[in-house]
Design a protein around this ligand. Structure first.
Ligand code: Q0Z
Length: 286
C-alpha cells in the first residue's frame, strides 16, 4: 500500500495525502461499465491510464500548467501538487455523443451552444464546444449553463478555463487523430495553486475521462464502438445483466482483449512500447 493518509476513493482510483502540499493519485485496475464497477480487474489498466495522463501533462505544459510532480516507479501512482479544485467539470465536445446528443435532440442546443439543424448522433461538430457540468458524487454529472458555471467559479475564471480546455482538447484531438484515435469528448478538472493560478489537475485525456473511438471504424448517424471498453460492453449485453450492482465476472478472453486495447491506445498515442513504460515509467515525460 502507498504511504499517506487516505483521502478518498473514486470508482477506480484512490487519493492519498503525502503532506500538506502533495497528493498521491493511484489508478487501480478496476473497470466500470454502465456506471457499475465490475468484480474482474483488467491487468495494467491503471498503469496505462497513469502513463497516458503523465504523457499528456508533459506535452501540454506550455498550454497550461498542471499538477504533476512525479510518476512513481510502480507506473500507476502520480505525485501531484495539492490544489483548491474548482467545483465544475470542464467538458469539451468535438463530436455529438452521450448527454450532448441527448440535449441536442431535446432542444437543439448543448449548454447554451446553439448547433446547426440536422446533426446526427456522433457527428463531428463544426467546432469543439465547452460544456461545463457540476460534479455529482453519483458520477451522473449534470450539464449546466455558462451562467450557472459563472455563478460557481466567477465569470473571469470561467472564461479562462474555457479557453484552456478548448486549447488542450484541440491539441490532443489533433494529435490523437493522426494516430488513428478520435477523442470525441473529454473532461478536465482545474484547481488553483497557493498563488491563485489555474492549474490542470486530476487525470487528463485518458479513456476514463474521455470518449476514445477508433478512427478507422468511425461511422456517424449512430453510436460508435468504444476504443477500450467495447469487448466488455458487448459481453455484458450478451449476458442479459440488468446493469445494476453487482456486475458480471469477465471471462479470460474479454479481459485479455480489453487489456490489449488499453495497451494499444497507450502505444498508438505515446509512440512508446508499453514494456518500456513498465521498465521505466519516466519514459513518458521526455
Ligand atoms: C482530485 C479524486 C481520486 C477520488 C480531489 N491536485 C489535486 N488537489 C486537490 N484535490 C484533488 C487533486 Cl487531483 C482531487 N479528486 C478526484 C481522485 C480518488 C477522487 F483518485 N479529488
Amino acid at each position: 500500500m502507498p504511504d499517506g493518509v487516505h483521502l478518498g476513493s473514486g470508482k477506480v482510483r484512490e487519493l492519498y495525502a503525502l503532506d500538506d502540499r502533495r497528493l498521491l493519485l493511484v489508478a487501480s485496475d478496476r473497470i466500470s461499465t454502465f456506471d457499475v464497477v465490475l468484480p474482474t480487474e483488467i491487468p495494467d489498466k491503471g498503469r496505462v491510464l497513469t502513463g497516458l495522463s503523465a504523457f499528456w501533462f508533459a506535452r501540454t505544459r506550455a498550454l497550461c500548467p498542471n499538477h504533476l510532480l512525479a510518476v512513481r516507479p510502480d507506473g500507476r501512482s502520480m505525485e501531484c501538487r495539492r490544489l483548491e479544485m474548482l467545483p465544475i467539470e470542464c467538458v469539451v465536445r468535438g463530436y455529438l455523443s452521450g448527454s450532448g446528443w441527448k440535449d441536442y435532440r431535446a432542444n437543439g442546443e448543448v449548454c447554451g451552444h446553439r448547433l446547426p439543424d440536422g446533426l446526427r448522433e456522433s457527428d463531428r461538430l463544426p467546432a469543439p464546444i465547452f460544456t461545463p457540468a457540476t460534479k455529482a458524487p453519483s458520477g451522473h454529472d449534470e450539464n449546466i449553463t455558462r451562467a450557472r458555471a459563472a455563478a460557481l467559479v466567477g465569470a473571469e475564471r470561467l472564461a479562462e478555463v474555457e479557453r484552456l480546455s478548448l486549447a488542450l482538447y484541440r491539441f490532443a484531438a489533433d494529435y490523437a487523430l493522426e494516430r488513428g484515435i478520435i477523442i470525441a469528448d473529454t473532461k478536465f478538472e482545474f484547481g488553483r495553486d497557493g498563488d491563485g493560478r489555474l492549474v490542470l489537475g486530476d487525470e487528463a485525456l485518458t479513456p476514463d475521462s474521455s470518449r476514445f473511438w477508433p478512427a478507422a471504424d468511425y461511422a456517424p448517424a449512430g453510436p460508435q464502438p468504444s476504443f477500450d471498453k467495447q469487448f466488455v460492453r458487448d459481453f455484458c449485453e450478451q449476458t442479459g445483466w440488468g446493469k445494476t450492482h453487482p456486475g458480471p465476472e469477465l471471462p479470460g478472453e474479454v479481459v485479455a482483449g480489453t487489456r490489449a486495447r488499453y495497451v494499444e491506445a497507450f502505444e498508438r498515442l505515446t509512440g512508446i512500447s508499453f514494456d518500456d513504460y513498465l521498465a521505466d515509467p519516466q519514459v513518458v515525460l521526455s
